[in-house]
Design a protein around this ligand. Structure first.
Ligand SMILES: [Fe+2]
Length: 269
């Protein structure tokens, strides 16, 4: 039995211990396909229907709540309401706008692989979509989060630069700095808010692709703190609850500059 055990991969081990195996980061054994190397999967009608339902629901929900740069990005990427986008086409659009490209990855990947790709202006994306039973919430990455949540803002030059610098800095970070950067990522790329004319808008992918976070993040229960690198890095968070504290930037210029200043002070950029 001991020998057999050795053949059991991390996925099976995780399943045995009750952890969702899709949430275990995988190591990339070889460079992932990028741009035109990415093959468009043979999606079922049900997959496309899941995209259509999620797309219609979130677009409707996000009206007047997502920031203008995000909405502009969705148009630049040419999202279709009823067909799952092709990663190679998204890659071509991003390349034209900000020099970013897309790689197809099999799921959650290990941090060092993730940071290397970001440093090279390559966004790692999954190409499978959640099942209908998870339409309201999935703990694992899927293409709806990766494409709909993350990619539109990569058409914004300041955000695009910030995200590349993030990858670079993360590769140079050590010890406590790694935790600081994790928090920075969480409170910006995933759960960031931006000042809007009347109030605030959403730009974080974790909110944009979530049914419940959209209204929650703009509601009164949330404590909103102004963007400040020093306070972000000391703000703890929990993944499994609606977020009680969020940070608001004034602009994407501020995000890029603020991150750059902090990383320079830390000596990691
Ligand atoms: Fe994400």
């Amino acid at each position: 039995m001991a020998e057999l055990k050795e053949f059991i991969g991390a996925y099976e081990k995780a399943a045995e211990s009750g952890i969702d195996p899709r949430c275990i980061p995988q190591k990339l054994e070889s460079p992932p396909p990028v741009d035109d190397e990415i093959i468009y999967p043979d999606y079922s009608d049900d997959d496309n229907d899941t995209w259509a339902q999620l797309y219609a629901r979130q677009m409707n929900l996000l009206e007047g709540k997502a920031c203008d740069d995000y909405m502009h990005g969705t148009r630049l990427l040419g999202f279709e309401p009823e067909r799952i986008p092709a990663l190679r086409e998204l890659s071509a659009h991003l390349k034209k706008e900000t020099g970013w490209r897309v790689a197809r990855v099999p799921g959650l990947i290990q941090a060092v692989d993730f940071f290397r790709l970001l440093r090279d202006r390559i966004f790692p994306s999954t190409d499978y979509i959640r099942g209908k039973h998870e339409i309201n919430y999935t703990p694992a990455p899927d293409l709806f989060h990766d494409i709909f949540g993350h990619m539109p803002l990569l058409t914004n030059p300041n955000f695009a630069n910030f995200y590349q610098k993030f990858g670079e800095a993360a590769l140079n970070a050590a010890g406590e700095q790694q935790i600081f950067l994790e928090r920075f990522h969480w409170f910006t790329a995933e759960f960031g808010l931006i000042k809007a004319e009347n109030n605030r808008n959403i730009y974080g992918a974790g909110i944009l692709s979530s049914l419940h976070e959209v209204d929650h993040s703009l509601g009164e229960e949330v404590v909103i703190k102004p963007f400040n690198a020093e306070s972000i890095i000391h703000q703890e968070y929990e993944v499994w609850h609606l977020q009680p504290v969020l940070f608001m930037i004034d602009s994407f210029e501020q995000l890029e500059k603020g991150f750059e200043e902090w990383t320079k002070r830390e000596g990691i950029l």
